[in-house]
Write a protein that binds this ligand. Sequence first.
Ligand code: SF4
Length: 380
Amino acid sequence: MINYGIYIHFPYCIHKCSYCDFYSIENLNSRNKFIRHLTNEISLRTDEFSSPVKADTLFIGGGTPSLMKPHHISQVFESLHKHFSFESDSEMTMECNPGTIDVKHFKAYKELGINRISFGVQSFLDKDLVFLERIHKPDDVSNAIQIARDTGFENISIDLMFALPGQTIEDWKYNLESAISLETEHISAYSLIYEPGTPLYENYISGQVKIIEEDLDFELYSSTHKLLTGAGFEQYEISNYAKNKKYCRHNLKYWSSEEYFGFGPSAHGYLNGSRYWNYRNNDTYFKLLTDNSLPTEGKETLTLEQKAFEAIYLGLRAQGLDLTKFQNDYGIELANNISKKIKMMESDNLIRYFDNKVILTNKGYFVSDNITLEFARMLK
Ligand code: SF4
């Protein structure tokens, strides 16, 4: 029986960060209404499944879910428990902005079952936070983590961002060392992406902001690996590091193409072999749910070739591509077809190849898209 993942998108933020492409609005007034419609969506989407549906991961993201008041989150949990049966060791993550921390809220989250906090830190330098238009200050981070620890959270993650315009290797090392000193169980380190439609992208197009040089990008990436692994973290995905195997189990579901429910405006889900995505607009979301209609904007069922490509892409970025499993799952024999390439990539120190499994090296992770394409060519 499947244990599903659950993703909930909370579509509100105090202020839009300049680089952010996630759906959220700055007017918080409709939060109560959102929670009502969200619980209706949970009920409608689970209707066609025999009840209760089993689940073992929950990820509340957004947006800024830490803007949910205790009564909001308690309504959400009431609805979740009505329609899902959670494993006793379920991972339940809540994304929090270090600028919106409230002790009472944290206690309520904990009591309701949240057991993992993911803080969107991005940087410990004021100039970076100003550039990114984050609402928090560097000092807010240690304070927020202390509150989370005092409340009893034993699984905490920090998100950091590198490749910011003007960022030096010293800046980045300072950020990594600051993160390490907070002794969290998990660190994600993402490269800044210039998403079309964001103010950052407009500034890039108009020439006000310049992308950093590729050599520096590689140096920043390599120093991440060196410092974090040196501090006892294991890299288990291209951008993710964990201590003591405290991987993000919810994200592992995405990376291994397991099924999950997505609730809330703009949320994506993957159920019965089909992907769906919700409308990226609160008004449309509210209107459809008022009529007891699902807020699904689109749906697609992946072809075998698309699924195989995803397995290559996700496998290489995460815990490796098992060529035997791949052949069993998709009936496609990659190893023989690509054996020369595999040898070349091995001698270039881009991959490690053993037990018919391909695992990227640190150098290989940096060019993972090119390596994915080399493997994907064999699908044609
Ligand atoms: S707080 Fe997070 S979700 Fe909100 S705008 Fe900033 S990056 Fe986006």
